[in-house]
Write a protein of this length. Structure first.
Length: 304
């Protein structure tokens, strides 16, 4: 069994999965297998993946969603380490090698993640810098209090020990937009995280990306409330969340949701959300200004 299983859920990913697989196969650490879970695709995703050779293993299933696909891929092997990679993202050639080095040097870390950069996917991507083993101390260690503020861990940057996964159990399958956050929050209560400071993942952002859609409900803030209700605001190690920062992030989360809907989603949902923010505060002046800009974008178009 290879040292690292790279789990790649894929649904109708034919336009970009080839580049994603190539970026992982070209890495400087080669004791790997790529497990592509074809999640009910109706294009030739599976054929493109299988053509990459013997280090790529393709599993097919009816469409079940991102988290169920990750769970199946994880359960299909027994490698010492598991890495996650979304079907449209790219890796730096030294990503895995540096992460494995860190986890071997720092056995207290159950999970390693990295900084990333956003990429519009419109041109061939080239890494423009060498990478080094540089730990981001601010976002390493016991992370629960920080993880309630935002999900610092991009799934495509994650490398996790198999024994940590066994202890944690499966990814939840409640909402594909927030399941990974629920998982990493749970992980942060049991294991320390190590973050590499270099940007080692190219995170593809396109107009159809999940993170850019105006969802009917504010799944991010609802998940945050659910996590706090379940676990509280104090970590098992006694560290408390920064309440001021939590308030600010909650406000920004609801403001972003309201802005998306007024500008290009359901106007009623957006206006009701803005109304609640104006009633409750904080930052009522900023909220009113953002509302006016949202209305301009809806009826006039983007302003420069």
């Amino acid at each position: 069994m290879p040292a690292v299983s790279i789990v790649i859920p894929a649904f109708n990913a034919a336009p970009f999965i080839g580049a994603t697989l190539d970026s992982a196969l070209a890495g400087s650490f080669s004791d790997i297998e790529l497990v592509v879970i074809d999640d009910g695709s109706v294009d030739n995703t599976a054929e493109i993946a299988a053509a990459r050779g013997p280090r790529v293993r393709v599993l097919r299933q009816q469409n079940q969603g991102m988290s169920a696909s990750r769970n199946r891929g994880i359960q299909s092997g027994d490698s010492e380490f598991v890495a996650l990679l979304d079907a449209d993202d790219l890796w730096h050639p030294d990503k895995l090698a540096l992460q494995l080095r860190l986890l071997k040097e720092r056995p207290e870390f159950g999970l390693c993640y990295t900084e990333f950069l956003s990429w519009d996917g419109q041109a061939p991507f080239q890494w423009d810098a060498a990478a080094a083993l540089q730990l981001d101390e601010r976002l390493s260690g016991w992370m629960y209090a920080k993880m309630l503020l935002t999900n610092w861990v991009l799934p495509s940057s994650m490398l996790i020990r198999r024994d940590a996964l066994t202890a944690l159990g499966q990814f939840p399958c409640d909402d594909q937009f927030t399941d990974d956050w629920a998982f990493t929050v749970r992980a942060s209560r049991q294991f320390q995280f190590g973050k590499l400071a270099d940007r080692l993942v190219a995170y593809r952002q396109s107009p159809g990306s999940l993170s850019r859609r105006p969802w009917p409900s504010n799944v991010t803030e609802l998940m945050r409330d659910s996590l706090i209700q379940r676990y509280g605001t104090i970590s098992p190690q006694g560290e408390s969340v920064d309440e001021h920062e939590l308030t600010q992030r909650r406000h920004r989360g609801w403001l972003h949701f309201a802005n998306l809907h007024v500008a290009r989603g359901d106007l009623g949902t957006g206006l009701r959300t803005y109304g609640g923010l104006l009633l409750r505060g904080p930052h009522r002046h900023q909220t009113a200004l953002t509302l006016s800009k949202s209305l301009v974008r809806r009826w006039v178009g983007p302003t420069r």
